[in-house]
Design a protein around this ligand. Structure first.
Ligand code: PBG
Length: 325
């Protein structure tokens, strides 16, 4: 028998060899944990479609952020669920809004954790769209830019370390950059949801954030899933407008997009392992159909292997525990 010189199995023989030649290493430093701050007191309400994820009033949120910090997770992403929604999403632009209040509380009580805020209007508007509407019910791009910048400034003023616009309006990175700079926040970076697709995987998030649009969908502003070249144009625009980190979202069905963005740009690339990606793993694990922890780690490693430097994930706490074992 004429065996080939190279036998790949030699370096797979045991865990020591496998560890030695491992190409992709997931680290707790890569993880960003999303949290939902709800107006009110004494709230710790599990999201039915996202086991292990909660709507939290500020005092409970602070408790959880302390635990997140003690697990070594360096950063959190905050979403807000306001007491009152209206047509223009006023709470999102108020210094006393739910996210601004949560940021101040976390920055006060938990030093050493990076606080990133999601900048968008869908959680704050009564119609559930990501901006303000024209009379015909379309999202008004340019009118929304002004309030996005205002919202980002209130986040920075509350102490946010970085802002993350997820609205998908054209020109919003430039508008937010200008707004931040004008108020003295030149040092606050922008992580833009640069290539964000109109995805069915956001379903559970909309339960968590109570942000399902009352009518229509987000297809007129979020990207069309079949398009990858367009993602590169979106990212290029955000880079030109001043984004510091660019994000691809969702992650799993868009690993090719993560890879292409990684290859075309030298900025840090983040990927959002979104709510539906989390829920399907949890659900299948609960049914006993898959090993949930193993699949979760495989997914996170795959996202990193595709080219992501950072991963926003509801699995961050579970993953941090496994990584420290
Ligand atoms: C707000 C926003 C959404 C998500 C992050 N920011 C929802 C949406 O666009 O409908 C989704 C996150 C997830 O599914 O985990 N625009």
């Amino acid at each position: 028998m004429n065996f080939p010189e190279y036998r790949p199995r030699r370096l797979r023989r045991n865990e020591l060899f496998r560890r030695m030649v491992r190409e992709t290493k997931l680290s707790v430093d890569d993880l960003i944990y999303p949290l939902f701050a709800a107006a009110g007191k004494g709230i710790r309400k599990e999201v039915p479609s996202m086991p292990g994820v909660y709507q939290l009033s500020v005092e409970n949120l602070v408790k959880d952020v302390k635990e997140v910090r003690s697990l070594g997770i360096p950063a959190i992403l905050l979403f807000g669920i306001p007491a009152k929604k209206d047509a223009v999403g006023s709470d999102a632009c108020s210094d006393k809004g739910i996210v601004q209040t949560a940021v101040r509380a976390v920055k006060d009580a938990v030093p050493g954790v990076m606080v990133i805020t999601d900048v968008c209007f869908c959680e704050y508007t009564d119609h559930g769209h990501c901006g303000i509407l024209t009379r015909d019910g379309e999202v008004d791009n340019d009118a929304t830019l002004a309030i996005l910048a205002q919202s980002a400034v209130t986040h920075a003023r509350a102490g946010a370390d970085m802002v993350a616009p997820s609205d998908m309006m054209d020109g919003r990175v430039a508008a937010i950059r200008k707004g931040l700079d004008g108020e003295g926040f030149q040092g606050t970076p922008i992580m833009s949801y640069a290539a964000k697709y109109a995805s069915g995987f956001y379903g559970p998030f909309r339960d968590a954030a109570e942000s399902t649009p009352k009518s229509g969908d987000r297809k007129a502003y979020q990207m069309d899933p079949p398009n990858a070249r367009e993602a590169l144009r979106e990212v290029a625009l955000d880079v030109r407008e001043g984004a510091d980190i660019v994000m691809v979202k969702p992650a799993l069905a868009y690993l090719d997009v993560i890879r292409r963005v990684r290859e075309a740009f030298d900025l840090p690339v983040a990927a959002y392992n979104v709510s539906g990606e989390y829920s399907i793993v949890k659900a299948a694990a609960k049914l006993g159909w898959i090993d949930g922890d193993r699949v979760m780690m495989e997914i996170l490693t795959g996202i990193k292997r595709a080219g992501a430097d950072l991963i926003l994930t509801y699995s961050a706490r579970d993953a941090a525990r496994i990584l420290s074992e």
